[in-house]
Write a protein that binds this ligand. Structure first.
Ligand SMILES: [Zn+2]
Length: 424
């Protein structure tokens, strides 16, 4: 597939440092069972016996037996090195006892706010933790030293720019240190690549204070990022209707912010003249963001909803009406097919209603923009074009397509990756 009629490719949703770091981690994306995951972890633990074993890319929903390795299996790999294996969507992970206890999770610890600690019927840890609980386990692993960090960042940028040809990249959870580091890297590309940074709203004041020192035409602050819900694979995306196979006690998923907290975040960004980018995957989360933007009526332009994987029909026209950008990763459709069929069997027609969004006034490349969310999935734009056009994996029969009526043409899909000529 080729990219027609566009001035350059934009990756609208990436995590640059995490992408570079994940290149060094154990890649579990080819595994099709818990046993294969354990096998790769054992190999890494043998080769590196005194450092944490970090892995990513596991997708149990795609396995014949969709069951994570157990904490006992991970403890059998090592009891002295922390072991962490991320679900490909980075909203859940499985860890061994030492990794979980470093974050304070043991046999009688409560769930943290916005997180779930997996337990069996007897209350014992399963090793699987979700959302804020997963982040707590990850945060307990020491960050790489600064030199290594810069190497990892550079590896992530190099892959996107040189291997995939992007000329504009948006980082959707920019670390407080990212701006100056990216400015140094961007200088080596002499104006050929632009970066836009979206730090968490909680970090925004700090980044804003420093950004005069590093911001250029190439590297600039985009706005603030918030997380309103979880993901479909973890059944933590916040839905208007219950899942067919929900988490215990979370039939509608897990909202991660109250309506007033979303409004406060929009106001905080607006005071700095910046828009917000809200992670919202479920239709309840999408609606709560649209409601908040409508109520606050911010001055800043360019507000975005990231992912919007399920959108209620009533909310589709509100994007164009409120001037909200839909930032979608159709490549996720290729990975989420099993989770969608199991979790939302009656509501597949509401998944990524791209055709309806365009019909309701969103312009490809301006109001409707595409990205990959790398390293959640690989950053090849052809994957998103396939997801948007065919709505199924290449190996699937045409009738396996999800929401066929919402398909785009190839030209429209590439246009969603296009950098508008006015901004180049
Ligand atoms: Zn993301």
């Amino acid at each position: 597939m080729t990219a027609p009629h566009i001035n350059g490719l934009r990756e609208a949703h990436a995590h640059l440092f995490q992408h570079g770091r994940s290149i060094e981690m154990v890649d579990l994306s080819s595994c099709s069972s818990a046993g294969e995951v354990i096998h790769l972890l054992v190999e890494r633990a043998r080769a590196h016996d005194n450092e944490p074993i970090l892995a990513h890319g596991a997708r149990p929903d795609g396995w014949e037996e969709p069951i994570w390795p157990t904490i006992a299996q991970l403890d059998a790999v090592s009891t002295t090195q922390p072991i962490i294996a991320w679900c490909f969507d980075y909203h859940a992970l499985v860890g061994n006892t030492i990794a979980l206890s470093a974050a304070g999770f043991d046999h009688d610890s409560p769930n943290p706010l916005g997180g779930i600690v997996g337990r069996d019927k007897a209350g014992a840890l399963t090793g699987v933790v979700y959302e804020r609980a997963a982040l707590a386990v990850w945060d307990a692993v020491p960050e790489p030293a600064e030199v290594l960090r810069m190497q990892m960042l550079r590896a992530g940028v190099t892959d996107l720019v040189e291997r995939h040809g992007f000329v504009e990249i948006h980082d959707l959870k920019a670390q407080t240190w990212l701006g100056p580091s990216l400015a140094a890297i961007a200088a080596t590309y002499r104006g050929r690549v632009r970066f836009r940074l979206w730090p968490l709203v909680t970090d925004l004041a700090e980044v804003y204070t420093s950004h005069q020192a590093w911001a250029t035409d190439e590297v600039a602050l985009g706005g603030g990022k918030i997380f309103v819900d979880g993901t479909l694979n973890s059944r933590t995306a916040w839905m208007l209707h219950p899942y067919a196979d929900s988490q215990p006690d979370h039939p509608y998923g897990t909202p991660m912010m109250s309506a007033s907290a979303i409004e406060d975040s929009i106001r905080q960004c607006d005071e700095l003249g910046l828009p917000i980018a809200a992670h919202a995957i479920g239709d309840a989360a999408v609606r709560s963001v649209l409601d908040a933007i409508e109520r606050v009526g911010p001055q800043a332009r360019g507000h975005r909803i990231e992912h919007c994987e399920v959108i209620d029909a009533d909310d589709v026209p509100r994007f164009a009406e409120l001037g909200v950008i839909a930032s979608v990763q159709p490549c996720h459709l290729l990975y989420d097919i099993e989770a969608l069929r199991r979790g939302l069997p009656d509501r597949l027609d509401r998944v990524m209603p791209l055709r309806s969004l365009i019909d309701a006034g969103l312009i490809p490349g301006e109001g409707l923009i595409f990205g990959s969310d790398v390293p959640i999935v690989r950053p090849d734009p052809a994957d998103s074009v396939r997801g948007a056009v065919h709505r199924r994996r290449e190996t699937h029969k045409p009738e396996a397509a999800i929401g066929k009526d919402q398909a785009l043409t190839e030209d429209e899909a590439w246009a969603c990756f296009g950098v508008a000529s006015s901004t180049r």
